[in-house]
Ligand binder design. Structure first.
Ligand code: RIB
Length: 317
């Protein structure tokens, strides 16, 4: 139940970070120092980003997260409320608000280092305290910037009819497989190609076609799979087969948070009853819109802005 006593469209359980962003002419190599732009602080964090993206599009969203009792926490709560997210389940205290150090290169590519702070204190007990909310949610979306044990507790707590959407980012360790009870709850598991390799236990360099990765992830137990391909769209797959979805052509300036916007939009549309391909086609457009503007949450489109985006060149839209 949300703060008004009704079930929301989407519950996001995850992280909230203050993103400290510096633009650079090229991303530094290990051991190298490069000069960058003035630093900016933006609201971010994969969970908060997903929640903001869906709410901006019109979804009723509750975020279950933890921030510090500090200025960054206040910034993040304000941004969530401005996007229309119900923040009554955002807990405060225990550690400083999480921080992400982000460099953005000229093509919009980035590097991100996250210091979890309060995100790491979102505990199993905090998840259990939200049991009624999780049981009533049509869809719950998860990532991995909070403790793995808290994520696993969510899939144990959700209702029988709740659909679980999970993006295993950042991936905890290439040497530790994800728990089977988490993988088998995913409908879908949402990964980029790098994450797909890690979930499959391969090295980051091992290449395979996204359709092949999706099939292998289904064989590991995921109920359905989405492999995101950035400017090339996405592949969706379930037991009935797979499909490749094209993305609209856009000029990318900053890809930060595009995957989170994709996943938040996807989760919302799945909870609203769209089939996987329809929801993912919508989410691809949302992801494409976000890369045309700077920042994570600050780049997320309204329905009107999304409607103005040109269709994918080779899709059936
Ligand atoms: O996915 C983008 C997000 O990753 C950023 O907002 C940053 O906070 C990190 O969590």
């Amino acid at each position: 139940m949300d703060s008004t006593g009704t079930a929301p469209d989407l519950v996001v359980v995850g992280s909230a970070n203050a993103d400290i962003v510096v633009r650079v002419e090229r991303l530094p190599e290990p051991g190298e120092t490069v000069r960058g732009s003035e630093a900016r602080i933006h609201p971010g964090g994969k969970g908060a980003n997903q929640a903001a993206a869906a709410a901006r599009l019109g979804a009723r969203v509750v975020l279950l997260a933890r921030v510090g009792e500090d200025a960054h926490g206040a910034l993040l709560l304000g941004a969530q409320r401005a996007a229309g997210v119900d923040t009554s389940r955002v807990l405060t205290g225990g550690a400083p608000t999480g921080v992400a150090l982000i460099t953005v290169g000229p093509d919009g590519d980035n590097t991100i280092v996250v210091s979890p702070g309060a995100n790491a204190r979102l505990s199993v007990a905090d998840v259990r305290a939200g049991a009624a909310l999780l049981a009533a949610a049509p869809v719950v979306s998860l990532q991995l910037e909070i403790a793995l044990e808290s994520v696993v507790e969510v899939v144990r707590t959700v209702g029988a009819a709740t659909r679980v959407v999970f993006n295993p980012s950042p991936f905890p360790s290439p040497f530790a497989p994800l728990p089977a009870e988490l993988l088998t709850a995913c409908d879908p598991l949402v990964v980029n190609e790098h994450e797909a390799r890690l979930v499959l236990g391969g090295s980051a360099g091992a290449r395979r076609a996204p359709e092949e990765s999706a099939r292998a992830l289904l064989a590991l137990g995921a109920r359905s799979v989405v492999v995101t391909l950035g400017a090339h769209g996405a592949v969706v797959a379930d037991a009935r087969g797979s499909a490749r979805l094209a993305a609209p052509r856009v000029e990318a300036v900053d890809s930060t948070g595009a995957g989170d916007a994709f996943t938040g939009a996807l989760a919302w549309r799945l909870g609203a009853g769209d089939d996987l391909a329809t929801a993912a086609r919508f989410a691809v457009r949302v992801g494409a819109a976000t890369v045309t503007r700077h920042g994570a949450q600050s780049s997320y489109p309204t329905p009107e802005e999304l409607a103005a985006l040109r269709p994918a060149a080779d899709s059936d839209e």
